[in-house]
Design a protein around this ligand. Structure first.
Ligand SMILES: NC(=[NH2+])NCCC[C@H](N)C(=O)O
Length: 412
């Protein structure tokens, strides 16, 4: 049977289906003390965040995109008691709960109705929600004992782009860099393995076990042959090489080039898509702060070598490299903030470089980055603005909040 549940062969082909997660209680289960560890820069107001997210989802649906909610898929697969128990066992084991403590937590989860159970996995579990027959040492001493949560919330779950990345007919299920996000890709793994929408109908290019860190915000599908992957705070060079080897040899993959783009390793630019997005056949947005004074950065093109090895071609000019790998004679690179360094830094911080193309030349982006919005309009793009007061506090924009499952093929 053909694997056809996923069809993503570009960043820009008309978007048909997308994975989303509506921010729930989890975004209010962070405090000034935990927000740094939770990868947030502020404490969001859930009611407004959810309303803003609903507006984003409506904008997608209005343009014919099917919106699929991860939390719904999770609830669906939990109908099967064995799948539920297997998930909970893995989830608890990854939080170092085994034996009697895991048993008590399992018992607690089983008292919840399916929708509440899913909401609780996202929201986290507080110490006073469960009574342990025998406490574990980490519940009574040390830093874990001081945490009001025995299972942490997943406030980053609305950034559905990161725990997995869909490309071609398959996906990578990612080993996340920080503990705060690791359970998110366990959820992806279970959905892909057990949901009838995906089970047995996708190619798995790379799984989440092993030590190769990779996150979807770094994985861009420039064409049906070329990926760009960020060498970033979250994605290691080893995992890029591992993925390239798989894609170059797996008969189901048609990717034969990976462009590894090194970006600064810091929280404001944690992924390549926070500084660079493709929005049309020949149009891109880029944050100029990723380049040195000479306008250069460290780029390596990976190609299959003659004897199964990887060949590296070093480059320093982003625009020239894009022309080379996409076979374009001219391209239009729009700079976040339109040349003003103060605006550029401010708008990059609020994801002005993180645009989601829903068709060639049609993008969804945050309204607050008004200089970049105006610039894109001047360059002929159709821009759909979405509200962004609360959603932006998590440092991710429209691309981060969406995982394309299907895009229409591009007319060549
Ligand atoms: N694709 C993206 N750029 N995602 C943004 C993720 C932001 C999230 N707070 C994190 O630090 O992980």
């Amino acid at each position: 049977m053909e694997n056809n549940a996923i069809q993503v062969n570009s960043e820009i082909g008309r978007l048909q289906s997308v994975l989303l997660h509506r921010p729930g209680q989890e975004v209010e289960n962070i405090t000034p003390q935990t927000m740094e560890r939770m990868l947030f820069d502020d404490v969001p107001y859930q009611k407004i965040a959810a309303a803003e997210h609903d507006y984003f989802a409506q904008t997608l649906r209005k343009h014919g995109v099917e919106t699929v909610y991860v939390e719904q898929l999770l609830e669906d697969i939990f109908q099967d008691e064995q799948v539920l128990d297997a998930f909970l066992t893995d989830y608890l084991r990854e939080h170092y709960y085994t034996g009697s403590a895991a048993h008590d937590l399992m018992t607690y989860f089983h008292t919840l109705a399916p929708a509440d159970l899913v909401a609780t996995i996202y929201a986290g579990v507080r110490r006073n929600q469960v009574s342990f027959k025998r406490p574990s040492l980490h519940d009574v001493a040390g830093s874990d004992a001081a945490n009001p949560f025995i299972l942490d919330p997943l406030p980053n779950a609305y950034f559905t782009r990161d725990p997995q990345a869909m490309m071609g007919t398959g996906l990578t299920i990612n080993r996340m860099s920080f503990a705060a996000r690791q359970p998110e890709s366990l959820i992806s793994q279970y959905i892909i393995q057990y949901h009838p929408r995906f089970a047995g109908k996708v190619d798995l290019w790379q799984g989440r076990t092993g030590d190769a860190r990779l996150e979807g915000g770094d994985e861009l599908v420039l064409s049906d042959h070329v990926l760009a992957i960020g060498v970033s705070q979250r994605t290691s060079t080893r995992s890029i090489e591992k993925l390239a080897r798989e894609l170059f040899t797996n008969p189901h993959s048609h990717f034969d080039r990976v462009v590894a783009v090194e970006i600064p390793h810091n929280h404001a630019m944690m992924h390549l898509d926070t500084v660079f997005t493709m929005v049309n056949y020949d149009q891109f947005t880029v944050y100029p702060g990723i380049m040195n004074e000479a306008g250069e950065l460290n780029i390596n093109i990976l190609e299959p070598g003659a004897h199964g090895e990887l060949r590296l071609l070093h480059r320093t000019d982003l625009a020239a490299t894009l022309k080379e790998v996409l076979d374009l004679s001219e391209i239009d690179v729009m700079e976040t903030g339109n040349g003003d360094p103060v605006v550029a830094a401010r708008e990059q911080w609020n994801d002005g470089s993180n645009n989601l193309a829903i068709a060639p030349g049609e993008v969804i982006t945050y309204d607050r980055n008004h200089v970049s919005v105006e610039l894109m309009r001047q360059h002929g793009l159709q821009v759909y603005e979405i509200h962004s007061s609360e959603l932006s506090r998590g440092r991710g924009g429209a691309r981060c909040m969406s995982q394309p499952i299907r895009r229409a093929p591009l007319a060549n």
